[in-house]
Design a binder for this molecule. Structure first.
Ligand code: 13P
Length: 250
């Protein structure tokens, strides 16, 4: 297996409390003893744990990301919201935007575009999620929806904007079902070409997300266009997360 550089992004979603901090001790040890391997691990815990994760991971190579942010740059009367400035202030380096679980809750392409600009303005690296639903896939609408999400979401971005693309077919999230290799290859190629044709971005990585686990990781790693993974459920189990990374380099 090649020593390809890969991202492993742990999206904890609405899970975790202060006790969960202990659970990452082994992961920290693992990254220390595998510092020659070319990967970047990023933990994205809920807002409530961002500070604690930043403090705990300060001396490690592991970075911290938030799972969302508000679209406004400035502070204001937005009860329950957190903006990019507030996230950045904690020492967070990344933010996930456009996740399907937030698109369902009202994040339109235009709102996501504003959030992305606000995050980039704060020098956060954006993990931009796109992907089709099962209905869209079954109705041959995958290319159309992905193209729309990219064009509207990345509208007006500068050439060197720090964006990581995460292709997450909605029907793969939490279902244990992943696309066949040929389908993934085809969709990732399409994503790559749409970004190059319709945005100024030249350098970006494309990750896959949706039911990534220690059982399917070796197969996923055979797809050379995948630059890493956005991992939900399996990322909360330190053994599984370590296993996923180990199997990517052995
Ligand atoms: P699962 O890995 O639990 O399917 O979640 C994927 C995901 O939504 C990551 O952002």
């Amino acid at each position: 297996m090649t020593n390809k550089f890969r991202y492993f992004i742990a999206n904890w979603k609405m899970y975790g409390n202060l006790n969960s901090l202990k659970s990452i001790n082994n992961v920290i040890k693992f990254t220390k003893s595998n510092s020659k391997k070319r990967f970047k691990l990023i933990y994205c815990p809920p807002y409530t744990l961002l500070s604690a994760f930043c403090a705990k991971l300060q001396k490690s190579s592991i970075s911290v990301g938030a799972q969302n942010c508000h679209e406004k740059n400035e502070h204001g009367a937005f009860t329950g919201s957190v903006n990019a400035q507030m996230i950045k202030n904690l020492g967070v380096k990344y933010v996930i935007l456009g996740h399907s679980e937030n698109r369902i809750n009202g994040d339109t392409d235009d709102i996501i575009n504003k959030k992305i600009k606000s995050a980039l303005n704060q020098k956060l690296t954006v993990i931009f999620c796109i992907g089709e639903t099962l209905y869209q896939r079954n109705n041959k609408g995958t290319n159309k929806i992905i193209k729309k999400q990219i064009i509207k979401g990345l509208k007006g971005l500068k050439k060197n904007s720090k964006i990581i693309i995460a292709y997450e077919p909605v029907w793969s999230i939490g279902t244990g079902i992943i696309p066949k290799n040929y389908e993934l290859e085809k969709n990732i190629k399409f994503i790559n070409s749409i970004i190059l044709k319709n945005t100024k971005l030249k350098k970006f990585r494309i990750l896959y997300g949706g039911s990534v686990n220690p059982k399917n990781i070796e197969n996923l790693n055979t797809i050379s266009m995948i630059d890493g993974y956005l991992i939900g459920g399996a990322s909360q189990d330190p053994k599984k997360l370590i296993d996923i990374i180990k199997k990517s380099y052995n």
